[in-house]
Design a binder for this molecule. Structure first.
Ligand code: 8QM
Length: 402
């Protein structure tokens, strides 16, 4: 039997996943989409969607049928011009994808991270001491989740201090650009050229200091592992993907603890749980909520087919709370094994910086757990809306020092 390719044969949903209401709280839509079926047709964007763990994970692994080369946003690069030259990693398929991936994977590998570990732990202690020294109520987003990666990561890449205030605004524009041309995308448009020019200028050989990740990417070009033309784009990937993601991953972790005091006590009793805690927070909140793929043929999924050339919206956040895969999925629980979550993606594109992110989280949480007896919300939290990210503007917390 041949699978039908007609959208009319599918469960449909008329919601706008990028509307302010859904971005404020996507969980009800995620549940509707999971319950509707393995494949749902989104009328608003004339596109297909996966929200169950099984389909999301299978599609992420099957890069042949579900391609990234036409872009991983709503825009289809076969028909629309990308807003910037496509990423050599994120928006490419094998074989083009592979050499840049290999280079970045090595630059961000265990040897490099081992060199950073001691310094990052010491810097986390300094940062946490400064935060606690300023009082026992503060904004955990600004004072911890933004401050730590914004210092550590650009230093590790090797860009100068000047202009770093552009990193988060650039990320906001870039992550909005994966979604539709809505108000959020329009908001970034006036700043786009300036931010892009600044970011690109940080990717040249001369802008990058010393022995950072950036210089190591250029060294790979000197060895011939990638071409000199590819090097600045690989540096650009690092600066595009490595800032907002960790900021909101750390924010998610701090929010999770501030609202689950029992879990904080567990971390305090066993600081070795810091890494599990971060992964559990990435599962629970899914800082990167969505990515698209493009079908390279009529792909059969169950008893329907996604037609050749069409975009599929993959709801990573919905998959990460799919009760078909997770017990008590809405609980932030350090006793579960969160491995297998799709918050870092899965398969050949799975986050190449995930070990960097985990090291940042481990350093920050270890410093915090040693110094803070209690952490709780001190006022209303505020989300920051973005077409791709589940992000925060503010998480006011009150801490009690240990
Ligand atoms: C998202 O530019 C890039 O290569 C890139 C940008 C954003 C990401 C990944 C790669 C997933 C964090």
């Amino acid at each position: 039997m041949t699978a039908t390719v007609l959208p009319e044969a599918l469960p449909t949903n008329d919601a706008d996943p990028f509307s302010p209401a859904v971005l404020e709280n996507p969980l009800p839509l995620h549940q509707q989409l999971r319950e509707a079926g393995p494949v749902v047709y989104l009328t608003k964007y004339d596109t297909y969607a996966f929200a169950r763990y099984e389909q999301v994970r299978s599609a992420l692994v099957d890069w042949q049928d579900f391609s990234s080369g036409a872009g991983v946003g709503l825009a289809n690069f076969r028909h629309e011009k990308p807003w910037r030259p496509p990423s050599l990693l994120l928006e490419a398929d094998p074989p083009r994808h592979d050499a840049p991936r290999r280079v970045l994977s090595k630059v961000l590998g265990p040897r490099e991270l081992h060199r950073l570990r001691e310094r990052w732990f010491a810097d986390a202690e300094t940062l946490v001491d400064a935060a606690l020294g300023a009082g026992d109520t503060f904004d955990a987003v600004q004072v911890l989740a933004e401050a730590f990666p914004l210092r550590m990561f650009p230093d590790a890449v090797g860009i100068p201090s000047e202009g770093r205030e552009n990193l988060l605004p650039y990320g906001d524009v870039a992550f909005n650009a994966f979604g539709p041309a809505n108000d959020l995308a329009a908001k970034g448009a006036p700043k786009m050229a300036e931010l892009t020019a600044w970011l690109n200028a940080q990717c040249t050989r001369d802008a990058l200091t010393g022995d950072g990740f950036g210089a190591r990417i250029w060294a790979a070009a000197d060895r011939g592992d990638i071409t000199p033309a590819q090097a600045p784009l690989v540096v650009r990937s690092l600066l595009s993907a490595g800032v907002d993601t960790t900021v909101h991953g750390l924010s998610a972790t701090l929010y999770a603890f501030a609202t689950n005091p029992g879990q904080w006590q567990r971390l305090r009793a066993d600081p070795g749980l810091a890494r599990v805690a971060f992964d559990e927070a990435v599962r629970w909140e899914s800082p990167v909520q969505i990515f698209f793929r493009t079908a390279t043929c009529d792909v059969e999924v169950g008893d329907v087919a996604v037609p050749d050339g069409r975009k599929i919206l993959m709801f990573l956040g919905a998959a990460n709370r799919d009760p078909r895969r997770w017990d008590d999925p809405d609980a932030f629980d350090l006793s579960r094994d969160p491995s297998g979550h799709v918050g870092f993606g899965f398969g050949i594109h799975q986050c190449v910086g995930q070990h960097v992110a985990r090291l940042e989280a481990e350093a920050l949480l270890t410093a915090l757990a040693a110094r803070v007896e209690r952490i709780e919300l001190a006022g209303p939290v505020r989300r920051h809306h973005n077409n791709t990210l589940r992000a925060w503007k503010s998480i006011p917390v009150r801490v009690q020092r240990a």
